[in-house]
Design a protein around this ligand. Structure first.
Ligand code: NAD
Length: 436
């Protein structure tokens, strides 16, 4: 089947490349001419393990191509995916649906045959209805079915997640949509990946409910970490102790500096707004957003305390290891490191940083930070070393070298990748999260 993927960002590009790898003919479309030009040269716009190879293989097999021409790209496509951004609308936290609506309008005006239009973007309940209206208003005479198919891939593990998903959720309202989606996902059917067919509105809500639940889990363990510090307990053992219970599960129970990234912050806000509008507020999610927001700056204060407090910290130097919101991505969207740096800079602390993939994206967001070529260059003359993202490259630092280069052997490990006893034995003043 020919598939058109409108929007070639994280989700569109990964999904498009994977669909091509399943044997479909895929055109990835984007309005960003520079992005399409680079993709045609084999240059990836994002860092995602395995993506460059996957794209190259499918381009040379003739199954994957790129275009800025939507009319040509969707010509003859049986399924047209919308995978454009749905950022927070400035000012109110609602999802900004202008990109989705614009694509729907263009698709309606350029349809050349019957097709299924699939929202892969994360969109609030009722967006499928709006897309359907826009397509109808465009006056197209072709048969169109609007389907919801939210994406659950994780950045950094996106290809594996797409090809071996825990589940595929498809919200359809008619047999035409259902049949085409079965065809699109047939290779995964054969893999026995579970597929949940449901109504379109339910499918739209599932995505927000999933992200809000995961954000809640992270925030819960972060609050337990704070409590552990006060009462002399160990949050890693608490996480293990509750995570071994199958009803709870061990994932998303790592205490840290708070969640960030391109999804949880905007999606929790958008869910709150949908719920408010529906007269059914989600109080738990509201609390999660508040707790997480204050946590990020609190992590900045934790570093300042390690520097001896507000007075002492002024003029000192912090080495920040890791800037992206998680490892194996270059995505800086809503990364906790942004708030941490802001708190440090406000306190008069000089910040030098290293991130294996994120520095190019980070530089414009963090103009006061000196970007360094490796961890040790950042650590040189630092009064505190801060682990902000758990990249593998930071898990086995040469501690003797760190001690020698740093002004003082002080480490604030916001990801708990080191063991307090080991660090003390190595002569460090060490602070983790939730481990007194
Ligand atoms: P992104 O910003 O990386 O990519 C969006 C792309 O759409 C950009 O390249 C942009 O140029 C393009 N675009 C905008 N308007 C267009 C138009 N009219 N025609 C063609 N292209 C257009 O965004 P993303 O991270 O891929 O997210 C896309 C959607 O998927 C969002 O709704 C997001 O919430 C959701 N999602 C993201 C992730 C993730 O991990 N990033 C995971 C699951 C779901």
């Amino acid at each position: 089947m020919k598939i058109a993927m409108v929007g070639s960002g994280y989700v569109g590009l990964v999904s498009g490349a994977c669909f091509a790898d399943f044997g479909h003919e895929v055109v990835c479309i984007d309005t960003d001419q520079g992005k399409i030009d680079r993709l045609e040269e084999g240059i990836m716009p994002i860092y995602e393990p395995g993506l460059e190879q996957l794209v190259a293989t499918n381009v040379s097999a003739g199954r994957l191509s790129f275009s800025t021409d939507l009319a040509k790209g969707i010509d003859g496509a049986g399924a047209i995916f919308i995978a454009v951004g749905t950022p927070s609308r400035r000012g109110d936290g609602h999802a900004d649906l202008s990109y989705v609506h614009e694509v729907a309008r263009q698709v309606g005006e350029n349809l050349s045959g019957n097709a299924v239009v699939v929202t892969k973007s994360t969109v609030p309940v009722g967006t499928g209805d709006a897309v359907e209206r826009i397509l109808k208003d465009s006056g197209t005479e072709h048969r169109v079915s609007v389907v919801s198919n939210p994406e659950f891939l994780r950045e950094g593990a996106a290809i594996g997640d797409f090809k071996r998903p825990d589940r595929i959720v498809i919200g359809v309202e008619d047999d035409f949509g259902r049949d085409v989606m079965r065809e699109v996902y047939r290779p995964l059917f054969l893999n026995e990946s579970p597929i949940l067919f449901t109504s379109r509105r339910t499918s739209e809500l599932i995505k927000y409910a999933a992200n809000a639940f995961l954000a809640t889990k992270i925030t819960f363990i972060n609050e337990m970490a704070d409590l552990c510090e006060k009462v002399g307990a160990n949050v890693q053992d608490v996480a293990r102790g509750i995570g071994m219970d199958n009803r709870i599960g061990s994932k998303f129970l790592h205490a840290g500096p708070g969640y960030g990234g391109s999804c949880f912050p905007k999606d929790t806000l958008a869910l709150i707004k949908t719920a408010e509008d529906a007269g059914s507020p989600t109080r738990i999610v509201e609390a999660v957003v508040q707790v997480n927001d204050s946590r990020k700056r609190a992590m900045g204060r934790k570093v300042i305390e390690a520097l001896g407090g507000t007075e002492e910290a002024r003029g000192k130097k912090a080495a920040l290891l890791g800037l992206t919101f998680k490892p194996n991505t270059d995505d800086m969207r809503d990364s906790p490191s942004i708030a941490i740096v802001q708190a440090l800079v406000d306190a008069g602390v000089e910040v030098a940083a290293f991130d294996p993939e994120g520095m190019e994206q980070a530089a414009p967001l963090l103009p006061h930070v000196t970007m360094c070529e490796d961890p040790y260059a950042a650590i040189k003359d630092a009064d505190v070393v801060v682990i902000a993202t758990e990249w593998d490259a930071f898990r086995a630092l040469d501690l003797a070298r760190v001690k020698q280069l740093a002004n003082k052997p002080v480490m604030v490990d916001l990801r708990n990748i080191y063991h307090p006893d080991d660090m003390r034995a190595a002569g460090f003043e060490y602070t983790g999260v939730g481990r007194s």
